[in-house]
Design a protein around this ligand. Structure first.
Ligand code: URP
Ligand code: ZN
Ligand code: ZN
Length: 472
């Protein structure tokens, strides 16, 4: 088994940052040592990496991605292969993607199909949440099997997308009761899809077909209302663990904060697009350009205070996680499906490669601490979804998923700069951010170094997850 010693770096964890040498033995972290101590100087290794002046952080954990996701007549443009290579370029060593079930389908068939798509095709480790789009007796029974046999310990429900994945309040309550009893996390896409459909139809009837109307017909109030309902249903279900995905609006954040402050097991994630992009500057770009930024929940208005509130929420832990909701589509032949009708634009933004970079800029700007960066992007996601301490923290015995981060360098994001996702544009085109992913290691194997991807497709393993270790 190869041994690698990472010397002279600053190890960052949620509880602090300190100078330490990290010894990797095979696939695991063997120990942390005080630099230049007798113990450290006595270590023999096959390879030594000098990390002086660098941060040594856990590999990123992105718990919300959609590789090759079917959407209408098309699929999100990253396959498990291209998407996990791009993730590695971004310092991410674990993703959780989704298996799905819809009305009339068997949950286990959806899971098996997703396994077949991912197995042997991933460059980094991966797990699945299970979307349940058809809550009925059969799908509810399958939840126990998901946890006990399959290592799938989270389900996802939708209050949006009527006619596709939508669940009504009764279905949500029943699913939460079953999930809660098993300790399973219910993830929720919280937007009032019934009301949104009325606004969408009214906009189209008026000839308001440009991409900006995607945002204008999904107002923050309808995210806040759905979040409130989800929180109350989880409470009625006996404090069933609830995780709100892609939270973008202050209205929703207030509901989550209220629930958390009264001690309910409610958690939420936001995504870099909601922290850095806006309805006016991006979605409202002239012509069809705004289609690049069509995602749900939508980008919010910079005339309101959503972004400010989200940064504060991250700082004070009302927002526990930053994920990407990586769901890329090319403009050509994909987003273009919605020219003349914003409702036909495939929903999604690609960002799996840039989360660590964009959030590190939050550290440099003084929005969050270095430790909070690691906590929200690595440790808490792993804890919330039953992967800690194997993933998410640099600890003896943990998987050797390690990123060496150069804080003295910068990264230019853009289609002709740093861009490895399979899409013909970047949502963050032209962003120049501080810091750079220098070296990426997954289970002791180097994936990225010297600006080269040196990993292998097929290295990534499926992770059977335990229950959340964040519940109160
Ligand atoms: O626009 C988005 N978010 N696309 C992916 C599907 C979802 O709702 O998460
Ligand atoms: Zn969603
Ligand atoms: Zn999503």
């Amino acid at each position: 088994m190869a041994r690698t010693l990472i010397r002279n770096g600053t190890v960052v964890s949620p509880s602090g940052s300190w100078a330490a040498d990290v010894l990797v033995d095979g696939e695991h972290i063997a120990g942390l040592f005080e630099p230049s101590s007798v113990e450290a100087l006595g270590i023999t290794a096959d390879r030594t990496i000098d990390a002086a002046g660098r941060y040594v952080i856990p590999g990123g954990v992105d718990v919300h991605t959609h590789m090759q996701l079917p959407m209408g007549p098309t699929f999100s443009s990253d396959t498990f292969e291209t998407g996990t290579i791009a993730a590695a370029w971004g310092g991410v060593t674990t993703i959780i993607d989704f298996a799905s079930q819809q009305v009339g389908e068997q949950v286990m068939d959806g899971l098996e199909a997703r396994h077949a798509e991912a197995a042997g095709n991933c460059a980094i480790d991966y797990a699945f949440h299970q979307t349940i789009g058809g809550v009925d007796e059969e799908s509810l029974l399958a939840i126990r099997q998901l946890v006990e046999r399959e290592g799938v310990t989270s389900i996802k429900l939708f209050m949006a997308y009527p006619g596709a994945y939508y669940s009504d309040d009764g279905q949500i309550l029943r699913a939460m009761q079953v999930a809660g009893n098993l300790g399973v996390m219910t993830m929720m896409h919280a937007e009032n899809g019934i009301a949104i459909d009325v606004l969408r139809a009214q906009a189209i009837a008026k000839g308001d077909t440009d991409p900006v109307f995607h945002g204008l017909t999904r107002p923050p109030e309808l995210e806040g209302e759905a979040t409130h309902r989800a929180v109350q249903l989880a409470k009625v279900a006996g404090d069933a663990p609830l995780y709100i995905v892609h939270l973008s609006a202050s209205d929703a954040l207030e509901e989550v904060a209220r629930a958390r402050h009264r001690g309910q097991n409610v958690f939420a994630e936001t995504c870099p697009q909601y922290l850095w992009l806006s309805l006016e500057e991006h979605l409202a770009q002239p012509g069809f350009e705004g289609a690049k930024w069509v995602c749900s929940t939508p980008l919010r208005s910079s005339h309101e205070h959503h972004q400010r509130d989200l940064w504060t929420g991250l700082k004070n832990d009302d927002l526990a996680v930053v994920s990407t909701d990586h769901c890329p589509f090319c403009m050509k032949d994909q987003k273009e499906l919605g020219i003349g009708d914003f409702t036909a634009i495939p929903n999604g933004i690609g960002g799996v490669e840039h989360r660590m970079e964009l959030m590190y800029q939050g550290v440099v700007n003084g929005e969050i601490t270095l430790e909070r960066w690691v906590e929200t992007c690595c440790t808490t996601p792993a804890r919330l979804f039953g992967m800690h301490p194997q993933k998410g923290e640099i600890l003896p015995g943990a998987d050797a998923d390690i990123v060496i981060w150069d804080p003295t360098s910068t990264t230019t994001i853009g289609i002709n700069d740093k861009h490895h996702m399979s899409m013909d544009h970047s949502a963050f085109e032209g962003f120049v951010v501080d810091g750079r992913v220098e070296t990426v290691m997954s289970r002791g194997k180097i994936l990225v170094e010297n600006d080269q991807f040196v990993g292998t497709v097929g290295h990534g393993k499926f992770l059977k997850r335990g229950l959340s270790s964040e519940l109160r």
